[in-house]
Design a protein around this ligand. Structure first.
Ligand code: C5P
Length: 240
């Protein structure tokens, strides 16, 4: 597979065309951003560890029957994925109160949420990714009702799998963000990335953050924390 023209530079990944029109080349970068890109820092080793975690979880979810864009991980920082037309939505799932939800409703940190709360944000840098509800998504023709139903169902399936997967290694899955896209044959797939950049993870034993909150709150170096998550995930495979 040959890397071709740069298609897109995101906050933590670059995406290239390949010599196969249905395949994209994703390069995980040594970069972290917060505050919607306003805080941006180079972080050695972050790209590689995020690629490892993401590839591992995509491969596992694909194996359990979740349709994903994942194909392979040919080197340390690269992932090959199926080309998809992305829904311009961030699908957030919350199991415990934290982050913007905690601030919005002035709630106790890590209060359990039953059922898990699904939220959508409309992806727009110009608008700062505003909250959008299901009817707004349908009325604005961002996705139709059937697609939205599928997104909800897939998000629940991913939540069930990941909650168990992390619980088995002593980590609470507080909340996370997913993105979905459509392949050229119409299949809806889980896309983007599955890493501690997009998950809130809390160590059950110590209460410490094991995710990008360490960077958001300037709590120390990020890469060793992500390495710890990867090491535990590797050890935990047999317990799922
Ligand atoms: O900040 P907030 O509490 O709304 O974030 C909820 C979840 O979505 C967190 O796990 C966060 O890492 C993730 N998220 C993300 N990308 C964004 C916004 C939130 O991955 N642009």
């Amino acid at each position: 597979m040959k890397r071709m023209a740069l298609r897109y530079t995101g906050k933590a990944k670059k995406m290239y065309e390949t010599d196969d029109p249905d395949v994209l080349w994703v390069e995980y970068m040594d970069q972290a951003t917060a505050l919607n890109g306003k805080k941006k820092v180079h972080i050695d080793g972050k790209g590689a560890v995020n690629r490892r975690i993401s590839a591992m979880l995509f491969a596992e979810l694909t194996e359990t029957g979740v349709p994903t864009h994942y194909l392979s991980a040919p080197d340390e920082t690269t992932m090959l994925v199926k080309k998809a037309t992305m829904l311009p939505l961030e699908a957030v799932v919350r199991n415990f109160v934290s982050g913007s939800f905690e601030r919005k409703f002035a709630l106790a940190h890590l209060l359990p949420l039953t059922p898990a709360v699904h939220e959508f944000y409309f992806k727009s840098d110009a608008l700062d990714d505003p909250f959008i509800n299901d009817e707004q998504i349908i009325a604005l023709k961002i996705a139709d009702a059937a697609t939205l139903k599928q997104v909800h169902a897939l998000s629940d399936t991913v939540n069930t799998y990941l909650t168990r997967r992390f619980a088995a290694i002593g980590i609470k899955l507080v909340d996370f963000k997913l993105e979905f896209g459509r392949l050229s044959d119409g299949t809806l797939v889980l896309a983007d990335e599955l890493s501690p950049d997009n998950f809130r993870l809390v160590d059950e034993a110590t209460g410490e953050s094991l995710d990008k909150d360490v960077f958001r709150k300037n709590e120390g170096p990020l890469t060793p924390v992500y390495e710890e998550v990867f090491a535990r995930l590797q050890k935990g495979v047999q317990h799922v």
